[in-house]
Write a protein that binds this ligand. Structure first.
Ligand code: GDP
Length: 477
């Protein structure tokens, strides 16, 4: 009875209303009070259980070691604005289409595959065709990791810029190896050596200086050394990753992009991660489902099957899924529909329940006993204040048992990207003399349970973080 629960909560010292969502901790407290065991299930766990009830495992290669076959690396291109990401993606795509004898018309479907020759062997590479790390982070926030390698584009005339570092931090946080493309070397004031020096300071040490990061000098505009870049991607993949998948199973993977097409209805570009996707398969894509009516590649050509790491445009879905939603092939249409409907219902419930902050300075003491780390993202109005704040925060003496990590810092308003990053890594965002970029960023933070704290006085920020770390912060009422 909701009224009774409100009363129990009141006795526990928490004022709640019958329709209010409460934190996991409060729920557990309430359970203990009423002699119930409360089990907190994450959406991922819930989805796994849902699939298991249909005897489906997501994210697993089936079969034995010998069923695994090499698959091409999947690459995202990241870097500072105007450093040439789009130009590079176009140049690589263009070169390859020219190399084909009778290709169709190039279509932007969100990803494409090219081939290159390395040591006399033909090797394929899949590129995600949306430049920038926003897409990358949005997908990670949804639990999807499809990038194997990040190409960090740095213009040789401009050098390392704020978003270069941001991109680098995203790739590092995701544990994705980086290949550096030093672009615009056709310009007279290009200084590729400077870029190498700058990135070395951020832990990306070029191979030629004894490090393990490959740097390739290119010009996306003059189409210089693009083959060398492709080779560096393949070599980095071979050296650091074991990219294999079982093509002989029901296909699974991730949605790269989706939209409603006037003539074709809902269409989604999916990237096959394991198994082989075929026309006629019954498929679930996030909360959408359907039968694969047709598949198109990046040349607009019909294909009837897609192997691991292959991106294809899928026609025949019931609705438009989101980028980052996973897809899987199931035994028949009925199963597809049931899974999709259950997911949709769950998402509806989850959006109600996600209102209270997961990590906040107030409940930090409890959380620290489990995690022993406070992750922060710092945004400020000018780089001087960000540095000063970071410097002061890193000097807080929190003892050995607690770890204060600054995941990301930058100049400017708090963006959607910051919230996504905070949500993945359970971080608190500190805004110094800046606000959220828009109302929708604030809404996203609320929805994802990410706390943003605003300050305009440095010592106040330091004091509160310090107090929280020492468990002294009094809750605000
Ligand atoms: P993005 O914002 O990183 O996607 O950058 P763009 O690909 O849009 O490129 C920004 C500008 O730099 C455009 O005017 C490009 O034509 C130019 N650009 C890109 N690559 C090169 C290059 O290799 N050399 C020169 N000179 N200009 C380039």
């Amino acid at each position: 009875d909701p009224a009774a629960l409100v009363q129990v909560m009141f006795h526990l010292g928490e004022m709640v209303t019958a329709t209010q969502s409460v934190s996991d901790e409060t729920l557990q407290l309430l359970g203990a009070e009423l002699d119930y065991d409360v089990e907190i299930v994450s959406p991922e766990d819930e989805d796994r259980e849902l699939l298991e009830s249909f005897s489906i495992e997501f994210g697993e290669d089936e079969g034995d070691e010998e069923d695994l076959q090499p698959r091409p690396p999947v690459v995202s291109v990241m870097g500072h604005v105007d450093h040439g990401k789009t130009k590079l993606l176009d140049a690589i795509r263009g070169e390859n289409v020219a190399a084909r004898e009778a290709g169709g018309i190039t279509q932007h479907i969100g990803a494409y595959q090219v081939s290159t020759e390395v040591d006399g062997e033909e090797r394929k590479i899949t590129f995600i065709d949306t430049p920038g790390h926003e897409a990358f982070t949005a997908m990670r926030a949804r639990g999807a990791q499809l990038t194997d390698i990040a190409v960090l584009v740095v213009a040789a005339d401009d050098g390392v810029m704020p978003q270069t570092i941001e991109a680098l931090n995203h790739a590092k946080a995701a544990g994705v190896p980086i290949v550096v493309a030093v672009n615009k070397i056709d310009l007279p004031d290009a200084d590729p050596a400077k870029v190498r020096g700058q990135l070395t300071e951020y832990g990306l040490v070029p191979e030629e200086y004894g490090g393990d990061t490959m740097f390739v000098d290119i010009s996306a505009k003059a189409r210089l050394n693009l083959d060398d870049l492709l080779e560096a991607i393949v070599l980095t993949a071979d050296a650091t990753l074991d990219l294999r998948a079982n093509p002989n199973q029901a296909a699974q993977g991730v949605t790269v992009e989706a939209h409603l097409d006037k003539g074709r209805g809902p269409v989604a570009t999916v990237l096959v991660q394991r198994g082989t996707l075929k026309v006629g398969d019954s498929i679930v894509v996030g909360p959408a489902y359907g039968r694969v009516r047709a598949m198109l590649d990046e040349h607009g050509q019909q294909v009837d099957k897609a192997l691991p790491s292959r991106p294809v445009l899928v026609l025949g879905l019931s609705s438009v899924p989101r980028a980052g939603d996973n897809f899987l092939v199931v035994p028949d249409d009925r199963v597809a529909r049931q899974i999709a409907e259950k997911r949709e219902a769950r998402e509806r419930n989850a959006s109600f329940a996600k209102r209270s902050p997961r990590v906040s300075l107030e409940n930090l003491t409890e959380l620290l006993t489990e995690r022993q780390a406070l992750n922060l993202i710092i945004k400020g109005d000018v780089s001087g204040s960000v540095e000063a704040l970071e410097d002061a925060l890193s000097k807080i003496d929190v003892g050995e048992e607690v770890d204060l990590r600054i995941l990301h810092r930058g100049v400017g308003a708090v963006t959607e990207n910051d919230v996504n990053l905070a949500s993945i890594d359970n971080a608190i965002i500190i805004g110094f003399n800046v606000r959220a970029q828009s109302r929708s960023v604030e809404r996203l933070a609320e929805q994802e349970g990410v706390e943003i704290r605003y300050y305009s006085v440095i010592y106040q920020a330091i004091e509160e973080v310090e107090a929280a770390l020492k468990g002294l912060l009094k809750p605000e009422y």
